[in-house]
Design a protein around this ligand. Structure first.
Ligand SMILES: Nc1ncnc2c1ncn2[C@@H]1O[C@H](COP(=O)(O)OP(=O)(O)OP(=O)(O)O)[C@@H](O)[C@H]1O
Ligand SMILES: [Ca+2]
Length: 627
């Protein structure tokens, strides 16, 4: 097939005609075997060209197959055979129950089973930008749409080409790979040179032939044709073809494609998947990188490292239960702590067929659940203890997650967990070892603040857990925003990747500014930024809310100095990238792994989605022309 493809080339066809004619004429005039040589020479060279082209095409197609395989490595969580498991998006079948969370791409058409405040963005299908709420009244979920908010489960009813979006793609007939700017330019040049070459070739042939004919006419031999005359004409033709072959630089664009494909392959060996060839080219021109922290600079393998409860902070030693829960802590307290860990979570502890326990969910929540298990908590027992009335899933904008439950003994309880400073501001009480809420004095608030800062300065990600009791169910199950009782402060370790420091130095040496844009606490961000060499003496670290309140003039002043933007919302990340591009004319590369980076990734000149967390949105954000 590849040989046939290679034979389709116009110059080759001309050469083949030449070869046949040359062999014919050669045999007629010079006889066997002398007359064969010229033609045979051409045939052998054609053969060589075809083989080389076919082999390189075949190799390239293998590479693209590899790439396609990489593209398919998208995993989703489903319940099948009563077991929650992770499967590839291509193994999804009708009847699976898919678990959806904020930021996920809906992988198939399906019907909503259960969930909380689920809304999806259907703009990719309908063009409608308003999110659509999904509930029992409007239970249809379409493949290709994105979960904007909430979480839920859906029953798959159609997959692949049978889905609405599949049918749409089928009719639209997918477009091929776009050409890169360089390729377009080179193709243009190649075409012009080719046309000039063709012109000259024709001209040469015509001039030579006319001269030959005129000479013949002058010698009055116009009617007298010998085979040597035919050979002469054939020679002219061959000369013209040689000019075409030499002049047409058809190999130029091909060379670029090959070198870019080679770059792509090389990047893939370094575990980076490039979706568009042009990316390799554009990447070279970046002047500024905005990177997120979690999962990009750090490993995203999170473990609880420090814990603060009842006025004491303790270090968790690797795999040890420690003396965090000792004889002093009452049953009631322990119960509240476990409920806060196991009920207020969107992750799950699953037991597979062999009875092995594993945790499915985000890195932060997994760390917390793992710690809960380490303390001796039982996920299933605590998870189902109370009836969950409402869940407000974690979102990067609010940086917290809450649930509302009704207690079996009557009454209601709300749990809240999230970014430490934000939760602490919502608390006015703190729980004691007996599980009783006590008023939090100003001094205590300050102490706890210091604890949080202490954790954060050690580069730990800090989270607060809190709860609130009510006698009556709040209006339409809304979860309150104040009056909470603080249960615990957690410090989660997320080590910096070992290669990051050198990578940052390489960037700086190449004149590329590196900025960290993260949703995490400012002290945590600073500690990590210092460790990676991003934050230096003259660099500026600023928090999202402060950044938001600045006027455009102020921003013009400070943006060049900003090295760390902490506690940023997805919109802050986007704003920074826009300003860098428009005010400072920088070529901005953005790296990110989570949903909170999708906006910025789309805005960037170069979007680099990091695959470990593999949130769908990121991967897809790269499609609409950002690469
Ligand atoms: N599942 C969760 N429940 C409650 N709070 C959470 C949860 N996950 C993270 N947080 C809090 O939100 C903060 C981070 O939010 P966000 O998702 O915006 O940033 P990130 O994506 O983790 O970091 P980065 O932007 O560097 O990648 C954390 O510091 C933590 O305190
Ligand atoms: Ca992120």
């Amino acid at each position: 097939m590849f040989v046939w493809d290679a034979l389709q080339d116009l110059t080759l066809v001309i050469l083949m005609v030449c070869a046949v004619v040359s062999i014919g004429v050669g045999l007629a005039t010079e006889g066997w075997p002398n007359g064969m040589y010229d033609g045979l020479g051409i045939v052998i060279s054609i053969f060589l060209v075809v083989i080389v082209t076919a082999v390189s095409d075949y190799k390239q197609s293998l590479q693209f197959k590899d790439l396609d395989k990489e593209k398919k490595k998208i995993f989703i969580q489903v319940t099948r055979d009563k077991h929650r498991q992770k499967i590839s998006i291509y193994d999804l079948v009708i009847g699976d129950v898919v678990h959806l969370a904020t930021g996920d791409k809906v992988p198939a058409d399906g019907i909503f089973i259960s969930g909380y405040s689920l809304s999806v963005d259907e703009s990719s299908l309908s063009g409608e930008s308003e999110p659509v709420n999904i509930d029992e009244k409007k239970p249809f979920l379409l493949a290709g749409t994105t979960v904007q908010n909430g979480s839920g489960k859906m029953l798959v009813t159609a997959v692949g080409m049978r889905t609405e979006s599949g049918k749409l793609t089928e009719t639209l007939n997918e477009g091929g790979e776009d050409e890169t700017p360089l390729q377009v330019k080179l193709n243009g040049v190649a075409t012009i040179i080719g046309k000039i070459g063709l012109g000259f070739a024709v001209l040469t042939f015509v001039v030579l032939t006319v001269r030959f004919l005129v000479e013949k006419a002058l010698h009055h031999k116009f009617t007298d044709w010998s085979s040597s005359d035919a050979l002469k004409l054939l020679n002219y033709f061959a000369t013209a073809v040689t000019i075409i072959v030499v002049a047409v630089p058809e190999g130029l664009p091909l060379a670029v494609t090959l070198s870019l494909a080679f770059a792509m392959k090389k990047m893939m060996n370094e575990k980076a998947l490039v979706r568009h060839l042009s990316a390799c080219e554009t990447m070279g021109s970046a002047t500024c990188i905005c990177t997120d922290k979690t999962g990009t600079l750090t490993t995203n393998h999170m473990v609880v490292d420090k814990f603060w409860i009842c006025g004491k902070s303790k270090r968790v030693k690797g795999g040890e239960r420690g003396d965090i829960l000792n004889s002093e802590t009452s049953e009631k307290f322990i119960n509240i702590l476990f409920q806060a860990i196991f009920q207020n979570t969107s992750s799950e502890v699953v037991t597979d067929k062999d009875g092995k326990k594993s945790i499915l969910g985000t890195a932060t929540e997994s760390a917390l659940l793992e710690y809960g298990l380490l303390l001796g908590g039982d996920f299933d027992a605590h998870h189902q203890e109370n009836i969950i009335l409402k869940i407000e899933p974690f979102c990067s904008d609010k940086k917290k997650m809450s649930v509302l439950v009704s207690l079996p003994e009557g009454g209601f309880r709300a749990f809240c967990k999230g970014a430490s400073e934000i939760i602490l501001r919502m608390c006015d009480k703190v729980v004691d070892t007996n599980g009783e809420p006590l008023h939090m004095s100003e001094e205590q608030t300050k102490n706890i603040s210091n604890v949080i800062d202490g954790f954060a300065c050690e580069a730990l990600r800090t989270l607060c857990l809190a709860f609130k009791d009510f006698d009556y169910c709040p209006n339409d199950n809304s979860i309150p925003n104040s009056g909470y009782t603080l249960i615990a402060v957690v410090g989660i370790k997320d080590p910096v990747r070992s290669e990051v420091k050198d990578a940052v130095q390489t960037c700086l040496a190449a004149g590329i500014t590196v900025r960290m844009v993260t949703g995490d606490n400012i002290n945590t961000a600073k500690a990590i930024a210092k460790e990676c060499g991003i934050l230096t003496e003259d660099g500026l670290a600023i928090e999202g809310p402060e950044f938001r309140s600045k006027t455009p003039e102020d921003l013009k002043d400070i943006i060049p100095r900003i090295k760390v933007l902490a506690r940023s919302s997805p919109m802050d990340k986007h704003t920074l990238v826009t300003h860098l591009k428009n005010m400072f004319k920088e070529v901005v590369a953005v790296t990110g792994d989570g949903t909170n980076d999708a906006l910025a990734l789309r805005e960037a000149d170069i979007g680099l989605a990091m695959g470990i967390a593999g949130t769908e949105v990121c991967v897809y954000a790269l499609w609409p022309g950002s690469l």
